[in-house]
Design a protein around this ligand. Sequence first.
Ligand SMILES: Nc1ncnc2c1ncn2[C@@H]1O[C@H](COP(=O)(O)OP(=O)(O)OP(=O)(O)O)[C@@H](O)[C@H]1O
Ligand SMILES: [Mg+2]
Length: 249
Amino acid sequence: MSHIHISLEHVNYSYDTSHSVLKDITFTAREHDAIGLIGANGAGKSTLLKLLVGLNLNYEGSIRIEDIPVEKNTLPVIREKTGYVFQDSDSQLFLSTVKEDVAFAPRNYGLSEDEVNRRVEHALANIHIEHLRDRQIYKLSGGEKKMVSIATILSMIPDIILMDEPSIALDPKNRRRLIHILNQFEHLKIIASHDLDMILDTCSRVILLSNGEIIRDGNTVDILSDKELLEAHGLELPLCMQGFSQISH
Ligand SMILES: Nc1ncnc2c1ncn2[C@@H]1O[C@H](COP(=O)(O)OP(=O)(O)OP(=O)(O)O)[C@@H](O)[C@H]1O
Ligand SMILES: [Mg+2]
């Protein structure tokens, strides 16, 4: 049996006292799990991923990454293990050029400049954006920024990948490349997305959130083919599961 890499027990979280955003969240994720996190706008997907990387710390309950509790003094080690792609690329990229941003994490680990350069070139090539290497971040398109954000975590060579809407803004070819990269990554990944077709192509397990609660946690095909369940929680079947009659309406 593979190791438990993420464990949440009875996690509750609210940004302010008036509104509870995550309610009694309990689940574990193992080393090779590929988990799609789905739910309507405002369901709590981004909030949950942020809790896992310690961006929101004043939660109730227990969150452990590789058995390390997520708290202020463990953040450096948690973030070294965990590659996190923000929903909003402008929150992710903060240096002036693509190369600097993709080099940031490995450089921070104290690796040699040769190794940093090797990691940068490998990450850029992996996602086919070598041509963006010397471009300034603020001049990139939305999709280009998303690809660079993904490269910034590939250069970390993380144990765990957490991605928040990674396919948003990507054209069909880049979306395919993303799916290929996600399927090549053998360790634990959790992907929050409204792109249910991508979830179907990359994840074997799905967690459905609604109003901050886990409604279902189970097999991807079982959940993503359950029209009634999805519609009851503000979602629709993946496009590939919708009949032509529905598409033509
Ligand atoms: N910084 C914040 N301060 C206060 N409330 C917030 C903050 N960020 C999110 N919220 C609220 O928390 C709830 C969950 O938001 P969250 O961003 O986690 O949803 P989501 O499932 O990721 O939605 P989406 O599909 O739109 O990305 C929403 O009601 C949102 O308004
Ligand atoms: Mg979100």
